[in-house]
Write a protein that binds this ligand. Structure first.
Ligand code: PCA
Length: 322
């Protein structure tokens, strides 16, 4: 409450006179109640207050305007001026986009923040070349494994149909002898209900949002990595704004990144507790599973470094020396 009053006071200082405004639609892919979506709504409100109504942003959650895998392209091509997306889902375009999904490279909130600081400038440059302005990024809670049975090691996973959300998670499935199927979070419950997928990797947040206890029984809290959602603006739309509106977007983005990341940290234990409260067995991986996953992580880390070349080297160096 104190924080939000501080934010309001800060934005009022920036606010100019009220003028009849421009309206921007903002597609987001995840559940309306999810903290990313709620944070995006507060970001939109802050921009509205700061610009005195000159720029009004309307959030469309749950993939209702564009589906997750369509959002980046829609923003790039100007079908919408702004959108939020899990960038690692596009790591086939540029391996740099997968920097936040390398298993066990940065598996705590603290390490994830450091990795983000190390990657941010280069990522902004690459996105700028794609006609995109990067505004802010907010992590998901640490990634764990969901199954419909007890799993004590990788051999238990053989042949399982495994829902993935990017190239890294598909690679993980293959290295574990499973069959990857890439599916958006919005379609996850249906995929589990129909047997298209039998297991998956994600945060406790997505397990909660999709009520996966209706289909699965075990959550292994392996804490693999913390992928991020990124708020992206079409560069032409951004450049067409006046200085004041651009400053408002940047200021609201700074606040949104801090607020969203804080919320993710605060909610992580709560999400895990909700899985357990709804009957799931929530536990750490066995020693065997942890060791086997670490070996897969080492393979994937080496592969990512080779693929992302000088970008990877620069990020890893900045990460390790921060
Ligand atoms: N939820 C998203 C991405 C990472 C996460 O925790 C998903 O499962 O699609």
């Amino acid at each position: 409450m104190r924080l939000s009053m501080g934010i309001a006071a800060f934005l009022m200082l920036l606010a100019g006179p009220a003028v009849a405004g421009e309206q921007w639609d903002l597609p987001m892919a995840y559940a309306d109640s999810n903290y990313h979506t709620q944070n995006g709504k507060r970001f939109a409100e802050a921009v509205g207050v700061c610009t005195g109504g000159e720029l009004e942003i309307v959030v469309h959650g749950g993939g209702s305007l564009f589906k997750g895998n369509e959002i980046k392209r829609a923003v790039q091509t100007g079908q919408v001026p702004i959108g939020e997306r899990l960038l690692s889902a596009h790591q086939n375009e540029n391996p740099l986009f997968g920097f936040d999904s390398v298993p066990f490279l940065a598996s705590s909130f603290e390490a994830s923040d450091r990795l983000w600081r190390a990657a941010r400038d280069r990522l902004s440059e690459v996105l700028s070349e794609q006609n995109l302005v990067l505004l802010y990024a907010v992590p998901w809670p640490p990634q764990g494994l969901y199954f419909n049975r007890e799993i004590t090691g990788i051999p238990d996973m053989a042949g399982t149909k495994f829902r993935t959300y990017n190239a890294a998670t598909s690679k993980l499935a293959e290295l574990a002898g499973m069959v990857p199927v890439q599916i958006e979070a919005a379609e996850l419950s249906q995929a589990l209900a129909t047997g298209v997928a039998e297991a998956f990797v994600s945060s406790a947040a997505t397990g909660y949002d999709r009520k996966v206890w209706e289909h699965l029984s075990h959550f292994y809290d392996v804490q693999g990595w913390l992928p991020r959602n990124y708020m992206l603006v079409n560069r032409d739309a951004f450049d067409a704004l006046d200085d004041h509106a651009r400053n408002c977007l940047r200021a609201a983005a700074l606040l949104a990144e801090v607020a969203g990341t804080t919320r993710a940290r605060e909610l992580t234990d709560w999400y895990r507790a909700q899985l357990a409260a709804n009957g799931m067995i929530v536990r750490a991986p066995s020693e065997q599973l942890a060791t086997e996953l670490a070996a897969i992580g080492a393979t994937m880390s080496a592969e990512w470094s080779a693929l992302a070349g000088p970008d990877a080297a620069a990020i890893l160096e900045a990460f390790e020396t921060d």
